[in-house]
Design a protein around this ligand. Sequence first.
Ligand code: NAP
Ligand code: HSE
Length: 423
Amino acid sequence: MKKVKVGLLGLGTVGSGVLKILARNQDKISNIAKRQIEVVKALVRDPKKHEKEANQVKLVTDFDEILNDKDIEIVIEAIGGLHPAEEFIASLLEHGKSVVTANKDLIASHGPRLVEIANRNNVDFMYEASVAGGIPILNALSQSFAGDEIIEIAGIVNGTTNYILTQMVDHHANFQDALKKAQELGFAEADPTNDITGKDAAYKMIILTRFAFGANLTFDDFEYHGIEEVKSFDVRQIAKLGYSLKLLGISRKVNNHIFVEVGPTLVKQSGQLAHVKNEYNAVGVRSMAVGNSFFFGPGAGSLPTANSVVSDLMAEVNDMSMTSEAESFNRYQDHLDPAKPKEVFDSFYLSLKIDAKDDAILTVSKLLVEHQIGFRELNKVEEGKSTYIVLVTDKISHQQLNDFTTAMKKNNISVQAAYKILK
Ligand code: NAP
Ligand code: HSE
């Protein structure tokens, strides 16, 4: 059987998972790929650290040893981050090597440029593992939903924050302990800042929005928030109201514009998203033809992520045996401007920290009338030495919410939380 030689950049959580899957499932993989897939070289910084998992793979510390190896036809990038991953991938594609990556930072920030290089050199460039780890959501959107019209994508797309929230709510863990555990389990990024601040989920929503709506957004086009400011008071109040708090990414078409947002969001306790726990991810797709579909699975971790990488690798091996031109992973392109805050409507949960002696509840009531905001909950809640107003609004525009919170700040009322409620 013919051999395909593969190079690997990085031998961390994902890279070592790829070696494990290729070794364990060797027979099935070569049966399907009709080729024997062999990782021949892996780029690492410290070979001594990786001797054990490398097994037969030659460890190299110089990228050029992989770039200039004419026998290597496909390279897996699993070092992460923007640099030097971007330069490495661009050079590999220019040298006619197909590439598989799990790097959402890079795909979200520079994907179109790298895709253009891949197309120009007629090589494959795939990145299923960059969104929702082990869930094959990008393949589903690019192939299975190719003929359908997608209306909304809403999902939990960061495993680390979902793990932390689950541990805090279900096991009363504190934030730092839960984060440390997520790092030990290999879910978090090497630097977990992007996980916690919502940036990692925002990268994934940029990629999902390209596949679902063809629109190419940047961070200037939408807001993202993380879980670093979430207070246990709000988690408790939200539970009393019958909801769970999740870090959710939403991408939706509004009046032929595109609305994307990442932030803590209330989901019904009885709904599917509330039952997505720990490092598990889920992506709900609402589309014209299919209706509602729900993709659920592990969003992070060594073997689930590596499985997506190996499946891309096998697709590329399969493509190599065809004589036709390589095709882009995502072929959908459209121009959609970002929706304006006055066009987008949601209900919101708000908690306002007030001075018990003030007539804050009167001020809030007046401001609600002034901004034409209806509500279904307006409660004064005392906890310890603090007093809060907990408010659940009717559907209002995001512009109304912005104006209302600005007015409250002017009246010295501190807005502790303003979270969207998923319908
Ligand atoms: P990781 O465990 O930190 O592994 C990265 C590896 O790359 C480390 O072994 C690191 O070496 C090596 N590396 C970094 N820079 C390098 C360089 N310049 N030259 C050579 N080696 C270098 O990260 P990971 O979790 O495997 O993530 C890899 C990629 O997959 C990232 O883009 C991540 O976002 C993505 N991803 C991860 C998951 C997950 O669950 N972990 C899921 C989906 C996608 P040292 O050991 O010397 O630091
Ligand atoms: N750090 C990421 C997460 C890895 O927790 O979701 C998967 O992309």
